[in-house]
Design a protein around this ligand. Structure first.
Ligand SMILES: [Zn+2]
Length: 167
């Protein structure tokens, strides 16, 4: 699947909730393609709008302890968050662009899994960051939206250069 880049409209739309029953048949294939796309560019998360789909659906694999852990987030909601941590962050829709972003350190989400079953999960570190980054995507938000004005100006010039290599 082609990954949509910053500047394309679909990344800026609030996504529609997933009607699990309606997508159930196509879901296994879609998830397989999304994981494959994500792994092919060494990503740790990929949201449906990044492959051009207006759906509240993301996949994550932050590989805890170096082992694959495929997470499917359908209609995810952040139910609690705490702490603050600043860390470098990037996005598959802004290849070659990185910035320090402040996020909550610990985050609990509620979502449906690949089989449509509700679950709750608490993440810290990279997983907490991925939860927040992915839920942002489903609300039409990108990590650069969290930057202060001066940092954003600097990042914009990096984007201008990086964009030349985007496909
Ligand atoms: Zn992203």
């Amino acid at each position: 699947m082609r990954i949509v880049k910053h500047g394309e409209k679909v990344l800026r739309q609030a996504c529609e909730p997933v009607d699990y029953a309606a997508v159930k048949r196509e879901l296994p294939r879609l998830l397989r393609d999304m994981f494959q796309t994500m792994y092919s560019v060494r990503g740790v998360g990929l949201a449906a709008p990044q492959v051009g789909l207006n759906l509240r659906l993301s996949v994550i694999d932050v590989r805890p302890e170096g082992k694959a852990q495929r997470l499917v987030l359908i209609n995810p909601v952040i139910v609690s968050k705490s702490g603050k941590v600043v860390h470098e962050e990037g996005c598959l829709s802004l290849p070659g662009v990185w910035a320090e972003v402040e996020r909550c350190a610990k985050v609990t989400i509620k979502a449906l899994d690949a089989r449509g079953r509700p679950y709750e999960m608490t993440g810290e570190g990279m997983l907490a960051r991925a939860f927040q980054h992915e839920v942002d995507h489903l609300n039409g938000k990108l990590f650069i939206d969290h930057l202060d004005f001066i940092t954003k100006l600097k990042v914009m010039s990096v984007i201008k250069e990086a964009r030349k290599n985007w496909t």
